[in-house]
Design a protein around this ligand. Structure first.
Ligand code: SF4
Length: 247
């Protein structure tokens, strides 16, 4: 197993090891998927046949629909992620104002978040809902058209399971038939992976905002950043790890 900083690094590795198979773990949202689609397209054009991708990509809009559909949540507003939105633009969030909720795309600096909340409150006070962009230094309404085109060319939506949330229709990406040769699942006939939630982990409720991480009995005890039990504690972007470090 090798750690790479870009999917494109698979190409020199594959060219340097023509008798070996290179499988790239394709994980991430709209932010990372275009670079992987670009790498796959390059392999196709150059006839590089010993690269495949294990696609575990996810897309944002179906997850938002699932949250809006959840009657237990009664969400008032979404702070939409700036990094994903550099690719998607505002269109990915169109369902939010249509269903009477506020939506603001923000950056990740504290002042970005504060201004995003301020803009959300403005929408709620006026009962005038739209997808506003606070993170104008990174996001345009149309997003990155070329990157979206790459995703569309290489991948097609498929139902996908989310840790803690279950299966969300159309929320994953699999290879289109034209690029199926790069699908690691197909080439190596990998069976469906039976993903189970860790016993006692309440990541689903944390992700939905139903409970705080500290409401989970495992928080700070059995579950820490050095010894994570659930996915929310694994990465620096995980809600439980952020709460662990900042509370
Ligand atoms: S503290 Fe750990 S076990 Fe509890 S919800 Fe968070 S990640 Fe899951």
């Amino acid at each position: 197993m090798r750690i790479v900083s870009s999917a494109s690094e698979c190409i020199p590795i594959a060219l340097g090891n023509p008798d070996r198979q290179v499988v790239f773990m394709g994980i991430g949202f709209e932010t990372t998927t275009p670079t992987i689609a670009s790498m796959v397209k390059t392999c196709k054009v150059r006839g590089i046949g010993n690269v495949t991708v294990f696609s575990a990509h996810k897309v944002i809009p179906p997850a938002i629909s699932a949250l809006l559909d959840d009657r237990d949540l009664a969400i008032d507003a979404f702070l939409c992620p700036g990094h994903v939105s550099t690719i998607t633009g505002t269109a990915a969030y169109g369902e939010i104002p249509a269903r009477g909720c506020a939506a603001v795309i923000t950056g990740f600096e504290p002042v970005d978040i504060l201004e995003g909340i301020y803009m959300i409150l403005g929408q709620i006070l006026k009962h005038d809902y739209s997808v506003e962009i606070q993170y104008t230094r990174g996001v345009s309404p149309q997003g990155n058209v070329k990157a979206k085109g790459l995703i569309e060319e290489v991948f097609t939506p498929v139902d996908a399971r989310w840790r803690g949330l279950g299966v969300i229709p159309g929320s994953g990406l699999e290879f289109r038939d034209e690029y199926r040769e790069f699908d690691a699942r197909t080439r190596f006939e990998i069976p469906e992976i039976d993903s189970r939630e860790p016993a006692g982990c309440r990541c689903g409720e944390v992700l939905k905002g139903i409970i705080r991480p500290s409401d989970c009995p495992l928080f700070r005890h059995a579950c820490t950043p050095d010894s994570p039990v659930g996915p929310c504690m694994v990465s620096q972007e995980g809600t439980c790890q952020a709460y662990y470090k900042c509370s």
